[in-house]
Design a protein around this ligand. Structure first.
Ligand SMILES: [Zn+2]
Length: 161
């Protein structure tokens, strides 16, 4: 299973977090969204992000290992690494980028965004509910994959609206 995921994260109070080599940043309380891709085992990757106990490797690990941060929603779309950055660019039109976050290996401004509402993600991605992020996740993703073939064609047109 491969594809692009977006994690919607709530930070419940103003928090300072050291993000690896990027340094320490103030994260105002509110909603954030992180764009990532997993070219295999996407379900395991999403589960890893949700878990608190892990080796800190990606920028997002530093954010999500903080007790004030919680993944509250997730979205999925089929695609490769190029699609990941395309989604990140679409996000920039709807949300405020957190410069330099999660984009060490590409030319994007950021892969982390801040906004009051991320429901616009539903226009070009499929929601992954928290209930799905369990044993049923794999099956859900397989079902999504078939429906996505149709929705992918419509996606660009929808987003322009
Ligand atoms: Zn990128």
């Amino acid at each position: 299973m491969k594809g692009i995921y977006v994690l919607v994260i709530r930070i419940r109070r103003n928090t300072r977090i050291t993000v690896g080599a990027l340094g320490e940043f103030a994260f105002p309380a509110g909603l954030y969204a992180y764009v990532g891709s997993a070219q295999n085992n996407l379900d395991l990757r999403v589960k890893r992000h949700i878990g608190k106990e892990k080796r800190l490797f990606w920028h997002i690990d530093y954010l999500l290992s903080n007790e004030a941060a919680k993944v509250i929603n997730a979205y999925y779309v089929y695609g490769d690494k190029e699609e990941e950055c395309r989604i990140a660019h679409l996000m920039e039109k709807n949300a405020e980028p957190f410069t330099g976050f999660g984009c060490s290996d590409c030319n994007c401004t950021s892969h982390l965004f801040h906004a009051v509402d991320f429901s616009f993600l539903g226009k070009f991605m499929q929601p992954l509910t928290m209930q799905n992020l369990s044993a049923e996740l794999s099956q859900t993703l397989i079902e999504m994959k078939t429906t996505l073939k149709a929705s992918k064609i419509r996606r660009d047109a929808q987003f322009i609206e």
